[in-house]
Design a protein around this ligand. Structure first.
Ligand SMILES: CC(=O)N[C@@H]([C@@H](O)[C@H](O)[C@H](O)CO)[C@@H](O)CC(=O)C(=O)O
Length: 303
């Protein structure tokens, strides 16, 4: 039985850290990873959606993971998202991640071409068999067009390395169904931050999220409330978090660009989102500053 405890907590999805020219920045990667280590989150999810992995080359993705590991390797749990459009590149990234000593691999299903489920199974199985690492399926139908079936989940769980699902689909019933219908004990990470409480209430054991990165302390507190069955306090805090998320997504610019700007207001400069992700427009800056103030007020209230 694999050790699932090391995943049970708040795991921010790590952002792409670029310099002012838009190149991957080793220094900024190490700075940001160290920041989250100091905050005290459970681990980092590196190279996922919030990491803009789809817009990075294989070599860039290697540099990102190398510098995260340089800064915090062995000091927190590291999950490396290694799926790339081709199986070949995914396997290269999987082996690279294993050599760096990460704790687990994660993978979305194949993207762009709509493939039959057996092709998806083959894609994931190749990655599972490429290393001895824990493996986490990433279910995010709203961006990949494929919704994980219980049938395929159980086929994948038959591999000893497959430990669970990062579930970013919106129905929390998916979390409950995977928990009830799976043929072995598994870990499920709640993906949609707006319903962290809902997902945890319906069976998720932990969370991986894109907005954790701008307010990790809020999610650490929310998770603690849930673990101590303080559900009224948990709902009040989820509501406060959601008001901040709603404020951030009201910007015209992409959420990742907005969150990078918010981090920069605290001196954590990691550049801008990579095109074609839409950049913030002039009217967004005041909105993002409002969101930053809401975060500051929330963290003061929680302290
Ligand atoms: C589609 C997407 O990026 N969803 C995020 C959420 O954390 C999302 O940013 C948040 O709920 C705000 O909508 C995560 O589920 C996925 C994620 O953070 C990642 O893979 O980097």
């Amino acid at each position: 039985m694999r050790d699932l405890e090391k995943y049970k907590g708040i795991i921010p999805a790590f952002y792409a850290c670029y310099d002012e020219e838009g190149e991957v920045s080793p220094e900024r990667i190490q700075m940001l990873a160290t920041h989250y280590l100091e905050v005290g989150v459970k681990g980092l999810y590196v190279g996922g959606s919030s990491g803009e992995c789809i817009y990075q080359t294989v070599n860039e993705r290697k540099i990102v993971l190398e510098n995260v590991m340089k800064a915090v390797g062995g000091k927190m749990t590291i999950i490396a998202h290694i799926a790339a459009p081709s199986t070949r590149d995914s396997l290269e990234l999987a082996k690279h991640a294993e050599n760096l000593g990460v704790d687990a691999l994660a993978a979305i299903p194949p993207i762009y071409f709509v493939l039959p489920e057996d092709a998806i199974e083959n894609y994931w199985t190749s990655m599972v068999e490429a290393t001895d690492l824990d493996f986490i399926i990433y279910n995010i139908p709203q961006t990949t067009g494929y919704a994980l079936s219980v049938t395929l989940l159980n086929k994948m769980l038959a591999h000893e390395q497959v430990i669970g699902v990062k579930n970013s689909s919106m129905p929390v019933l998916d979390i409950n169904t995977f928990k009830l219908e799976s043929n072995k004990e598994l870990i499920i990470f709640n993906g949609p931050d707006e319903q962290f409480l809902g997902g945890r209430s319906m069976g998720a054991d932990a969370g991986i999220g894109g907005t954790y990165g701008v307010m990790p302390q809020a999610y650490l507190t929310l998770d603690r409330y849930i673990r101590h069955s303080q559900m009224r306090e948990a709902l009040d805090l989820q509501n406060d978090i959601n008001k901040i998320i709603f404020k951030m997504v009201s910007c015209q610019g992409n959420l990742y660009d907005v969150m990078k700007y918010i981090l920069s207001l605290d001196g954590l400069k990691i550049g801008q989102a990579r095109l074609p992700l839409p950049r913030m427009v002039e009217t967004d800056f005041a909105i993002a500053k409002e969101a930053h103030e809401m975060i500051q007020k929330l963290l003061t209230k929680l302290n």
